[in-house]
Design a protein around this ligand. Sequence first.
Ligand code: C5P
Length: 238
Amino acid sequence: MNNPEEKLIVALDYSCWEDAEKLVKMIPEAKYFKVGLELYLASKGSAVRKLRELGKEVFLDLKFHDIPNTVAKACCQATTQGATIFNIHASGGREMMSKAVQATKETSEKQGIPRPLLIAVTVLTSFDEDGFKEIGMNNIEQSVINFVRLAEEIGIDGVVASPKEVKIIRENCQPGFKIICPGVRPVWAATNDQKRITTPGKAISLGADYLVVGRPITSAADPRKAALKVLEEIKEAK
Ligand code: C5P
């Protein structure tokens, strides 16, 4: 049975907390919200705590990528601040990901709080093959598979992926490995700048665990109505 409110993450891409808060309060049915770099910086980091105080779950999308020790320290902070889910770049490699897993586990155990889901970004979906080659890399799909296998082996909980990659990822990971999909557009919404899009129902059918949806909800004339439509579509997905 699909539990739609456990699968929808509304992206709060706002430049001030007040606008984000207004949206959150408009949609009591939504449980998960994404805080990215813009809102995190604009709110001076307080958006995570404030969302927790409103009883919401938080996907902290800051995509850590640095030397292992620095990323481990950032993971301690993300855990302490109450993120439910947060992410790092898989391209930081084995040692960086291992230290991140260890730091997240130790911090949550020490503080007696639930361990956040630690998610890896594989290849940014803004890359095409030409852009990937330009930085000395080759074959996006194979790289995604390599990152997925390495991340899973190390104990990372899942990955962020475009809906177009879900099938191939599912074929290369264990069933419990989580897949978070942005780039989701209901048929009634504008595509905006998203190119490789899929509907919420299709993304769930392909095997996505969480959908990140921003503008189809946040820019809608009636955000609550839009969110309810997305939740309904997730519920109906086969
Ligand atoms: O408004 P929209 O639904 O396009 O927002 C999608 C959210 O997911 C944004 O916060 C965007 O930064 C994020 N995202 C994305 N594509 C990726 C990774 C993240 O759109 N590949």
